[in-house]
Design a protein around this ligand. Sequence first.
Ligand SMILES: Cc1cc2nc3c(=O)[nH]c(=O)nc-3n(C[C@H](O)[C@H](O)[C@H](O)COP(=O)(O)OP(=O)(O)OC[C@H]3O[C@@H](n4cnc5c(N)ncnc54)[C@H](O)[C@@H]3O)c2cc1C
Ligand SMILES: *[C@@H]1O[C@H](CO)[C@@H](O)[C@H](O)[C@H]1NC(C)=O
Ligand SMILES: *[C@@H]1O[C@H](CO)[C@@H](O)[C@H](O)[C@H]1NC(C)=O
Ligand SMILES: *[C@@H]1O[C@H](CO)[C@@H](O)[C@H](O)[C@H]1NC(C)=O
Ligand SMILES: *[C@@H]1O[C@H](CO)[C@@H](O)[C@H](O)[C@H]1NC(C)=O
Ligand SMILES: *[C@@H]1O[C@H](CO)[C@@H](O)[C@H](O)[C@H]1NC(C)=O
Ligand SMILES: *[C@@H]1O[C@H](CO)[C@@H](O)[C@H](O)[C@H]1NC(C)=O
Ligand SMILES: *[C@@H]1O[C@H](CO)[C@@H](O)[C@H](O)[C@H]1NC(C)=O
Ligand SMILES: *[C@@H]1O[C@H](CO)[C@@H](O)[C@H](O)[C@H]1NC(C)=O
Length: 534
Amino acid sequence: MAAMSPSLLFVFSLLLLLIKSYANSTETSFLECFLNTTRSDSRIAIAEIIYAPNTTSYNTIFLSSIQNIRFLLSGNTTKPSFVVLPVEAAHVQAAVVCGRRHGLRLRVRSGGHDYEGLSYVSAGGPFVILDISQLRSISFPDDGNMAWVGAGAIVGEVYYNVGLKNATAGFPAGICTTIGVGGHFSGGGIGSLQRKYGSSADNIVDALIVNADGEILDKKSMGEDLFWAIRGGGAASFGVVLYYKIKLVYVPPQVTVFTISRTLKQNATKLLEKWQYVAPELVNDLWIRTIVLAINEASGDRTIQVLFQGMFLGGRDDLLPLVHKSFPELDLKAEDCSEMRWVESTLYIAFSDIKNLTMLLDRRPQYNSSFKAKSDFVRNPISEEGWEEIWKFMTEAKDEPLTVIMEPWGGRISEITDTAIAFPHRKGNLYNIQYFMRWSETEEAVTEKHLNWMRTMYEFMAPYVSSNPRAAYVNYKDIDLGSSTEEGKTSYTEASAWGSKYFLNNYKRLAKVKAEVDPEGYFWNEQGIPPFSS
Ligand SMILES: Cc1cc2nc3c(=O)[nH]c(=O)nc-3n(C[C@H](O)[C@H](O)[C@H](O)COP(=O)(O)OP(=O)(O)OC[C@H]3O[C@@H](n4cnc5c(N)ncnc54)[C@H](O)[C@@H]3O)c2cc1C
Ligand SMILES: *[C@@H]1O[C@H](CO)[C@@H](O)[C@H](O)[C@H]1NC(C)=O
Ligand SMILES: *[C@@H]1O[C@H](CO)[C@@H](O)[C@H](O)[C@H]1NC(C)=O
Ligand SMILES: *[C@@H]1O[C@H](CO)[C@@H](O)[C@H](O)[C@H]1NC(C)=O
Ligand SMILES: *[C@@H]1O[C@H](CO)[C@@H](O)[C@H](O)[C@H]1NC(C)=O
Ligand SMILES: *[C@@H]1O[C@H](CO)[C@@H](O)[C@H](O)[C@H]1NC(C)=O
Ligand SMILES: *[C@@H]1O[C@H](CO)[C@@H](O)[C@H](O)[C@H]1NC(C)=O
Ligand SMILES: *[C@@H]1O[C@H](CO)[C@@H](O)[C@H](O)[C@H]1NC(C)=O
Ligand SMILES: *[C@@H]1O[C@H](CO)[C@@H](O)[C@H](O)[C@H]1NC(C)=O
C-alpha cells in the first residue's frame, strides 16, 4: 500500500473528526473502512469522493440529478449519511464492501430519473448514495461496431458520441436525453428505434458489475443468469453496474421526423382508433407514437388533443407513399416532414429543436418539479366508444395535468422471445401506455390530490388494458403496485405484487438469480426482487 501524502492525511483526519462529531458508530465505521480501503490511491482527494452532510457540496451533489422533487418536500425524507461520488471502480468496490460490513445500505444513482426516487431516498434506515455519474466514459473498442458505455452516462451523451463517431450508427434507447444508462438500460429502454432494433437491453453484449462481495465481474465471470437478469430486470437488486458494452445499430444518413396534431373536431378519436391497428403493423423502419394531452380552452372547458409523432429510417420520398397507403387518414404532407441526421432526430423528439447538438450533453434537470406516472400494456384495440369514455374521464378533471404517451410495439421488440433476456414485454402487445403528470405546487394537499386522481385513472383504465397480471414497465416505476418497508426482509410472495407485473413469467427466475448472487439481500429497495424461497 502506497504511503499517503501528508496533506491527504490531514484531509482524512479532518474529515474523520468532522464526521465523528455527529455520526453514530455505523457511519463512522463505514467512513473509516472506506478511507482505509481506498487510501492507497493518493491521486484523488478524498474530499472529492465522499461528501458528508452540512456542507454546501453535499447538497449540490445530492440535488444534482434529482428529477422528481416530490420526495424532497415531505418533512420525513431521510437524507443520505454520505454521498459517494466514485471516480474509479475501486471506490465502488470499497463502498459495497464497507457498506455491507458495517450495515449501511447503498442507493445507486446513475441519471436520477427513478420515478419513485428510489435512487436517492429510502423508506428504510440510514443509507449512502453511490452516485456514479463520474463513471461515464464512452469508448469505441476495435472489435467492430461496439461501444463501452459508463453506467453514469446519460443517453444524450451516448447519442452524441455515437453520432460523432459514425454518421450511420445509432443506439436504441429512450426519448428523454438526461436519463442515465445504469437505470435505463438495465430496466429495458424503449424509444424511437424499438420497432427496428428492440430495447436498449436487447442490444447489450457485455457488462462490468460490482457484486455484493465487492468483486468486479464481466459477462463471462458473472455467468449467464446474472447477465440475463441485468438486461430488463433492473440492476438495483443485483449489484452496481459500472459499464455496459453495446452493439451499435445501422441508421441511414438521413431520417425523417414529423409531428401531426389533431383535435377532437379534426377526427382525433377516429385516427387514434385506427393507429392502434396500424402502428404495430407498419414496416419496422417506421415508428409512430401518440401523445394525448388534456388542455384547457379559453372558455374554461377542457378538451383533448392528440399528437402523432413519427421517426422513419429513410427519406421523405419513401415515407409519404408508405403512410398514404397504410394510414391515409393521417393525411401526412411533405411539409409536415423534416429530414435530418439520426442524432438530430433524438434532439427533435426530445425538445422539438435541433439547433444545438451539445444540448444532448446537458445533465441538468430541466423541470425541478414533482411528477407521478403509471404504465399499462394494451393487447386489444380500444373502441372509439372506449376512447370517448376515456376523454370524458380526462376532461371532467379540470386540474389534473395528465399526459398519456403511447409507444407502438410490433417489429423487433415483439419478435424477440419473452425469456431471451429479463425484459418480458413482447409478442401480443400493441402498445405501451404511460400516464404522466407533472406539477409545480409544493403543498402536500395538492400532491395527495394528484396522486389519488392518478390511482382513480388507473382503476378506470383496467377494462381496456392487459390483465392477470396487469403488466407494467419497471422503468416507469409505480410504488402503488406494492412496496415493502422492512429493510432486507421482503418475501418472494410479497414482492410478486410488483414482480409479476413488471417481469411477468420472468419474475421467478429473477428471484432465483437474486438467491444466487445476493442471498442476504444486501441490495434491497422498497420494490426490489428478493431471493427466491419456495
Ligand atoms: C422525463 C423522463 C423521461 C423518460 N423517458 C423514457 C423513455 O423514453 N423510455 C424509457 O424506457 N424510459 C424513460 N424514462 C424512464 C427511465 O428509463 C427510468 O427512470 C430509468 O430507470 C432511469 O435511469 P436513471 O439511471 O436515470 O435513474 P436512477 O434514478 O439513477 O436509477 C433508477 C434505478 O436503477 C438503479 N440504478 C441506477 N444506476 C444503477 C447502476 N449503475 N447499477 C445498479 N443499479 C442502478 C437505481 O438504484 C434505481 O433503482 C423516463 C424518465 C423520465 C423521468
Ligand atoms: C445509527 O443511527 C441509525 C439511525 O439514524 C440507527 O438506525 C442505527 O442503528 C444507529 N447505529 C448505531 C450503531 O447506533
Ligand atoms: C482502519 O485502519 C486502521 C489502521 O490500520 C485500523 O486500526 C482500523 O480498525 C481500520 N478501521 C476499519 C473500520 O476498518
Ligand atoms: C446540520 O445543521 C443543522 C443546523 O445548522 C443542525 O441542526 C443539524 O443538527 C446539523 N446536522 C448534522 C448531521 O450535523
Ligand atoms: C412519512 O413516512 C410515513 C412512513 O413511511 C408515511 O406513511 C407518511 O405518509 C410520510 N409522511 C409524509 C408527509 O410524506
Ligand atoms: C458505422 O456503423 C454502422 C452500423 O453499426 C456500420 O454498419 C458501419 O460499418 C459503420 N461505419 C464505419 C465507417 O465504421
Ligand atoms: C373528419 O372526417 C370526416 C368524415 O370521415 C371528413 O369529411 C373530414 O374531412 C375529416 N376532417 C379532418 C380534419 O380530417
Ligand atoms: C450550444 O449549447 C451550449 C450549452 O448547452 C452552449 O454552451 C453553446 O454556446 C451553444 N452553441 C451554440 C452555437 O449556440
Ligand atoms: C434544477 O435544479 C438543479 C439542481 O439544483 C439545477 O442545476 C438546475 O439548473 C435547475 N434547473 C432549472 C431549470 O431551474
